[in-house]
Every structure is written in structure tokens, then in C-alpha cells.
Design a protein around this ligand. Sequence first.
Ligand code: ACO
Length: 311
Amino acid sequence: MPYGRITGWATNLPDRILTNDDLAQMVDTSDEWITTRTGVKTRHIDGKVTEMSTSAALDAMAMAGVSPDQIDLLLLATTSPDQQIPASASVIQHSLGLTCGAFDLNAACSGFVYGLVTAMQFIQGGMERILVIGSDSLSSITNWEDRGTCILFGDGAGAFVVENSGEQPSLLGWDLMSDGEAADLLYCEHGDKIVMDGQAVFRKAVLAMEAAALTAMDKANVVSDEIKLVVPHQANIRIIEAALKRLDIPMEKAAVVLSSTGNTSAASIPLAFVDAVNNDRVEPGDLVLLVGFGAGMTSAAAVVRWDPPKT
Ligand code: ACO
């Protein structure tokens, strides 16, 4: 049975940084309000999905030691592609010199987990190497006059190479869910900016993350005590705290980067995951729980056994 495992990873953030004090010059807010209500201090903006993704992907492929002709599929999770047509995945594919299929996947902030789970199925279906990217440029669809939303969002990208290990499974359990009844809580019309009912999203997000995580852990046949690291969607520190409390998982186990990134949608989980890996927070064999929620409302979770290539 072919099984996928992660063999390369990298991230990219655009250069321009916007601080809470910068935002206080633009709308009626303050560093104190944003910090206590969200945990965000700074965010990177003005990124292009195709550029951030290409940069992260090149680094992830170099790490995995994979050449462009060896990639069988490029899967881009994004909710803010550079253009409506063509898919940003096709532009990135060309920039990287890949000769394979490429498509965009839109599950908003749950997109990276949707992408990782999808990649694992293609590996089981016979592919050898897949590039999974989560990237968003929320700054391009943010209403910079709406203090209820503009304080939250930022841009970024994370890329992972998933390869057939042929050994043991690294994806132990997963859950993908969508509650389309809540679609009007967070949306963006063509050519327009994000509209959000923040309080309603908050309440649903906590419950959706709990449900997705419990389902994924149940399928993986593990309990929360066995999880070494939780990588939650980086939307709001209070959402993460509330969800982990319900899951009975201490905050010390959480990977959190949102103070310097804001909510980067599909890039948020890879940004936090790579930060934790680079800071030696996981060792081979450790169980990692990825859990996200987003517009849709979508939610997704995956239990992954960390199984990096031996160096
Ligand atoms: N600065 C100062 N005051 C503000 C700001 C601000 N930036 N924004 C709102 N306020 C005010 C409100 O007007 C309100 O004032 P009032 O009491 O006089 O009416 C007061 O602060 C409280 O507002 P709430 O909306 O109740 O504040 P809350 O604590 O809920 O925080 C927030 C708002 C941060 C948006 C929160 O609801 C949240 O994080 N929601 C989840 C959003 C989210 O995760 N979205 C991403 C989904 S993922 C995706 O797909 C992109």
C-alpha cells in the first residue's frame, strides 16, 4: 500500500509589514484593542499568491531534493488567487518548470488541510510526488476601512512536498466538513472585499474546530493526551484557546504564529507548522493534529505522524 509522507517544507511572507499602530492611523482602533481581542501585533501585506507560492515551493523542493520533472501534481489551496482565470496553480506550475497537472482548491482557511488530505489520496492512487501549497493574499480583498475585519488579515504561503514513502502511513485520521448554511457569515463578491459577521464566525469556529479534531482523532484511534503538537488555524488567539480548552489540550502544545502573521487563511497552518518544526517542537514519531476552519463554513482536521526524511 503506498503511503504519503512529508519530505520538504518552506514558507514565504511578503516584505511589507503592517503594525497595529499603522492600522490605528487608518481606522478607529488601537494596538491594545487588537492585541487583547485577537493576539495579532503585525501582519505581512501586498503579497501575490503566485509569487509567494513559487518562492516557498522552490525552497520546499530543494529541501526534499526533488526536481521539477519529478512532481506529479501541484495542488494550490487558496481563496484569493491572483486572477479568476486562469487558476494560480497553472501560473505557479509554469514558474517552477513542472510538467504535471495543477489546480486550485478553495476551502478558505481550511484549504491546506483539505489539500494535504487530497494529496495523500492521490499518493495512494499511484502518484509519487505532490506539491501542496497553501497561499493567500487576503490583503488584496480586505476592506481597509472596516475595523471589524482589516485588523485580522495578512498574506503568506507555505509549501509541502508529499512523497510516496512505501512504508508506514503518516496520515492516520482526518475529517473534511462544510456547513454551507453558514455561507453568508463570511463572503466576498467578485471584485469586492471581505464581509464578515465576526461574532457568529467566532462561535461557530470554536465548535467546528472541536468537532473536526475529535473526528480526526477518533479515526486515527488516538486521544488528545497522545497529541504532541496542535497546529490550529491562526485566526484569533481567543478562538484557539477556546477550542483547545474544549479538547482538553493545553495551550503549550499549540503552534502559534498569528502575532506576527495575522490570519493568512490557507497559509496559516503551514506557516505555524513550519515554525514549530524549525524550532524543534516535534520529533520523528510524534503525533501532530492540524485543525482549521474557514469561510463556507468549512472545517478540516488531520492527525499526522511526523516522519521526516532521515538526514
Ligand atoms: N477596534 C476597536 N473597536 C472595535 C474594533 C476595532 N478594530 N472592531 C470592533 N470594535 C468594537 C465594536 O464596534 C464593538 O463596539 P460596541 O460594543 O460599542 O458595539 C466592540 O468593539 C466589540 O465588538 P465585537 O464584534 O463584539 O468584538 P469581538 O470581541 O467579537 O472581536 C473579532 C471581533 C476580533 C472580529 C472577533 O469576533 C473574531 O475574531 N471573530 C472571528 C473572525 C474570524 O476568525 N474570521 C476568519 C475566518 S477564516 C476565513 O475564512 C478568512
